[in-house]
Design a binder for this molecule. Structure first.
Ligand code: SF4
Length: 189
């Protein structure tokens, strides 16, 4: 396995480190197609980022950017920013979630932290703000400050993902509510 990981790899590691083990050590792909929430989320994402290229959150001035495929030479990882607003001196990341569960947890922070690092390295502009739009039954916009700590923690998750791949050992993870809809639950000890 190449050391060049994606933001998605790190986000999945943040969700459960055993995803890295099953997927990137053993090579067992996720059966994501069976997970309705993932499918719905994808449809929602692409609807905004590709078919509505002029749509912007009302109060934001700047140029809308979509579908940015970026690579970090410094940290050797890649990722895609679905949507962002670029101003003279900063990049504001917009992340959309098809969910009514308003929560900025470790997976989302990992995602935003790594996307901000990609944006900064590739544009030379600051990326320390995001807006997360939760939209299912109700629409809620949550501003998130992407602090240096969030970026540093996200890089640590990326590093842990690499470490799991390099050792080939199954990491510890406790069983909890995440397991209920997990595609690996039948093979996870
Ligand atoms: S069943 Fe639970 S512990 Fe196992 S991979 Fe899935 S989420 Fe992680």
């Amino acid at each position: 396995m190449s050391s060049c990981l994606s933001v998605t790899n790190a986000v999945e590691h943040a969700f459960c480190p055993r995803f890295t083990y099953f997927q990137l050590v053993l090579g067992i792909e996720q059966r994501e197609g069976k997970r309705g929430t993932v499918q719905s989320g994808r449809a929602f994402h692409s609807g905004h980022s590709t078919t509505n290229k002029t749509y912007k959150l009302k109060r934001l001035e700047g140029t809308k950017l979509t579908e940015l495929l970026l690579f970090s030479k410094k940290y050797s990882f890649s990722g895609k920013i679905d949507e962002a607003i670029e101003t003279d001196d900063q990049i504001l990341i917009i992340e959309r979630k098809y969910s009514d569960y308003i929560f900025i947890g470790s997976t989302l922070k990992t995602q935003l932290g790594l996307l901000a690092i990609l944006a900064e390295e590739n544009t030379g502009k600051k990326a320390n703000q995001a807006i997360v739009v939760f939209d299912k039954k109700e629409r809620v916009e949550v501003p998130v400050k992407i602090t240096e700590k969030i970026k540093q923690t996200a890089l640590e998750v990326l590093q842990k993902t690499r470490y799991t791949i390099s050792t080939g050992d199954m990491p510890f993870s406790k069983h909890d509510n995440r397991c209920l809809n997990c595609c690996y639950r039948k093979i996870c000890p």
